[in-house]
Design a protein around this ligand. Structure first.
Ligand SMILES: C[S@@+](CC[C@H](N)C(=O)[O-])C[C@H]1O[C@@H](n2cnc3c(N)ncnc32)[C@H](O)[C@@H]1O
Length: 225
């Protein structure tokens, strides 16, 4: 009970903080915030050194249309919104109580909406990314226009990550970026992104942001489409 009250208070404080945020913060400013004490409720589930490099890529790309699969605590979504084009359309999909993180309760959407800049359009879809209705919703939201950026960090099974790639990568434009999280071999046996990553990166222009290939988790892979 007390824990819940504390959590709500921390959320309210974070929400107020977000309202006073400037629009022109650099990737470094945003990361410092996300990894600070007040930002701890939205800290990305990423190693700082690895996400620093991904954030620099997003900052340079300035996506106008971006799709994220796997919202969870909103850490990577926060960075995505703040580093995207001022008028970007951004969608983040998460399956309520989904595997590999558990999704997020609906009451958190109020905070997540504040991640978006004034003229951005942010859609939070609480659904299974593999569901054909979800795919149809994505196509409708982006109006058939190609994506600049796709981040795959949802279902981490081999079949799950493959399905996300097969469904959504064709929506990414030439010159866009497709990023995967958890590309190193994991101690958690159900996470098999590394197996799919080894296959999919073959012959493609790609980059890996990995501190140490023996770290047992995390690691980011990028495909330049
Ligand atoms: C590792 S977390 C995402 C972390 C987040 N991107 C970050 O770095 O802060 C993975 C999320 O994917 C969601 N997920 C799992 N399977 C999914 C599916 N089939 N469709 C959509 N989301 C899914 C889970 O509910 C979980 O919240």
């Amino acid at each position: 009970m007390l824990k819940n009250v504390r959590l709500r208070l921390a959320f309210n404080r974070l929400q107020r903080e977000m309202e006073n945020f400037r629009d022109d913060l650099t990737a470094e400013d945003l990361l410092n915030f996300a990894y600070s004490e007040i930002g701890s409720l939205i800290t990305p589930w990423q190693f700082r050194e690895e996400i620093d490099k991904l954030a620099a890529e997003i900052e340079q790309l300035k996506p106008e249309r971006a799709l994220e699969i796997g919202t969870a605590n909103g850490g990577t979504l926060f960075l995505l919104c703040r580093l995207s084009h001022l008028k970007a359309r951004i969608m983040s999909i998460d399956l309520p109580e989904g595997d590999f993180g558990g999704g997020y309760p609906e009451w958190k959407t109020g905070l997540y909406r504040k991640f978006a800049l004034e003229d951005q359009n942010l859609e939070l879809l609480r659904a299974d990314s593999h569901d054909p209705d979800t795919f149809a919703e994505v196509e409708r939201y982006f109006g058939g226009k190609p994506l600049d950026y796709l981040f795959i960090d949802g279902d981490h099974t081999y079949e799950g990550v493959k399905r996300d790639y097969e469904l959504y990568a064709p929506l990414v434009r030439k010159g866009g970026i497709i990023a995967f999280h958890d590309i190193v071999e994991h101690k958690e046996s159900r996470c098999k992104v590394d197996e799919f990553w080894r296959e999919v990166k073959e012959g493609k222009n790609c980059k890996e942001f990995v501190n140490d290939f023996d770290q047992g988790r995390y690691g980011i892979g990028l495909i330049y489409n």
